[in-house]
Design a binder for this molecule. Structure first.
Ligand SMILES: Cc1cc2nc3c(=O)[nH]c(=O)nc-3n(C[C@H](O)[C@H](O)[C@H](O)COP(=O)(O)OP(=O)(O)OC[C@H]3O[C@@H](n4cnc5c(N)ncnc54)[C@H](O)[C@@H]3O)c2cc1C
Length: 415
């Protein structure tokens, strides 16, 4: 290694997904020596599009990512019934908008576009930070320092190891034991397509039938308009999926869309199913009480994989990296600094992220696993009352808005 690797400043980040890249950027900016280890020959973002929310955009802007007009598409989020009747309209919080200098709440963007912009920043900060083709195998924490072993046989000695290696994280498994992953009973078909000019670009909708969700959001890919759309269906560990051919997948998706009306039924006609549709079986783990141990901290899916109902897994992974780096205040990573930093990181992240995960799971269960009579009653209540609106405001938005107001260093103006 030709770069500096100073005792007290050495940070080995495992996994170059959004959480790992965010952590690496934040730690480099705070003056640490950072190596980012990725098992693949090059980092590659997952397929499809994502929604990112205002606090995540504010973190990215702080890193130096240009979140101007070409970054993402500002979207108003609505929950609807299958016929298009609006059940929930996510409000914008004027105080957050003012403080952050960012309008709205959700922005749609192709994952690869967002990821490439983060990688650009990382490369500019340290062109040699990324060590690709290095798969984490195990670590040995001596208390004074920590040695990481890779499948290649090489090792690195660091002061802090950050596990950002995703839902099947080896770092997290060694630190906290078997994750006990379980299928949450949902399968997601995540798709995207080019623009459909006559559709409005400022509103995205999640429409729920009795057991199927069919949703869409305007987004930007490489600065150009397009749409992200997805279908969530009930699934299970051994539930059969259609054969993996574009024809079979298309027929399956068209069948799931029966019973829905409005824009959500149109996207499939504009989508190249072989190239632009991705299937996901969704897994979670029981919530962890800690995200740190010894000289190890974990971020993102390594400690809180979340159902896409939250549309926040990538967002939380990016935020985690920012919060973790901030907690050390640029000081040398001796045991006392690590202990204080980890305590702060956990106080700021564990309850917050676990709540988002658990709420997303609860919502997924309510919409996809309620017995038929209960589902009928649920729909009557959601169509006729403001209960769902209040639930989303309280359990999904409130904590994130509060956190946004507390991130004063990211504010452009005093609220
Ligand atoms: C269908 C679907 C829709 C979603 N929609 C949204 C959305 O709208 N908004 C949102 O914010 N989130 C969304 N998410 C969630 C989001 O994709 C994840 O939460 C996010 O990718 C987690 O980032 P991460 O960096 O923690 O892990 P990952 O993205 O999984 O990255 C982990 C990295 O670690 C590497 N790695 C793994 N093992 C090793 C090893 N042994 N050694 C070295 N490297 C290793 C991997 O190759 C990978 O590069 C969605 C997820 C799904 C499935």
């Amino acid at each position: 290694m030709t770069q500096s690797w100073r005792k007290g400043r050495r940070v080995a980040v495992i996994g170059a997904g959004p959480g790992g890249v965010s952590t690496a950027i934040a730690m480099l900016k705070a003056g640490y020596d950072v190596r980012l280890y990725e098992r693949n020959p090059a980092p590659k973002p997952l397929g499809g599009a994502v929604l990112l929310s205002v606090p995540v955009l504010a973190v990215l802007r702080h890193y130096g990512v240009d979140i101007g007009d070409s970054f993402g598409q500002k979207v108003r989020t609505e929950f609807r019934n299958p016929k298009g009747q609006v059940r929930v309209r996510l409000g914008f919080n004027a105080a957050v908008e003012r403080a952050m200098g960012i309008e709205g709440w959700h922005y749609g963007i192709l994952r690869s576009s967002a990821f490439e912009r983060m990688m650009d920043i990382l490369t500019r900060l340290d062109p040699d930070c990324l060590q690709a083709g290095q798969a984490f195998q195990s670590y040995e924490d001596t208390g004074d320092e920590i040695v990481v072993r890779f499948d290649s046989g090489s090792t690195v000695t660091a002061d802090l190891v950050v596990g950002a290696d995703g839902i099947r994280s080896g770092v997290s498994r060694q630190a906290f034991g078997d994750p006990g992953l379980f299928h949450v009973g949902l399968r997601v078909w995540l798709a995207w397509c080019e623009d459909i000019p006559d559709l409005p670009k400022d509103v995205g909708a999640l429409a729920h039938g009795r057991t199927v969700q069919a949703s869409y959001f305007p987004m930007k890919h490489d600065g150009k308009p397009g749409f992200e759309w997805w279908i969530v269906e009930k699934s299970g560990e051994s539930a059969p999926a259609p054969p993996d051919t574009p024809q079979a997948v298309e027929a399956h998706l068209r069948a799931l869309l029966r019973g829905f009306s409005g824009p959500v039924t149109r996207f499939i006609d504009h989508t190249d199913v072989a190239r632009q549709v991705f299937r996901w079986e969704i897994y979670n783990r029981p919530s962890l009480p800690h995200y740190t141990r010894g000289r190890v901290a974990c971020v993102g899916d390594a400690v809180h994989p979340v159902s896409p109902y939250a549309a926040y897994g990538m967002g939380m992974a990016i935020e985690d990296g920012y919060f973790l780096a901030r907690s050390f205040e640029g000081r040398d990573l001796d045991p006392a600094v690590l202990a204080a930093g980890f305590a702060r990181y956990e106080a700021e992240r564990v309850a917050y992220c676990n709540h988002q995960v658990e709420f997303a799971r609860k919502l997924g269960n309510q919409f996809h696993h309620a017995p038929a009579p209960v589902a009928w009653l649920r729909d009557q209540i959601f169509d006729r009352t403001g209960i769902l609106q209040r639930l989303i405001e309280k359990d999904y938005l409130a904590d994130a808005e509060k956190m946004s107001m507390q991130l004063r260093e990211l504010h452009v103006a005093q609220a």
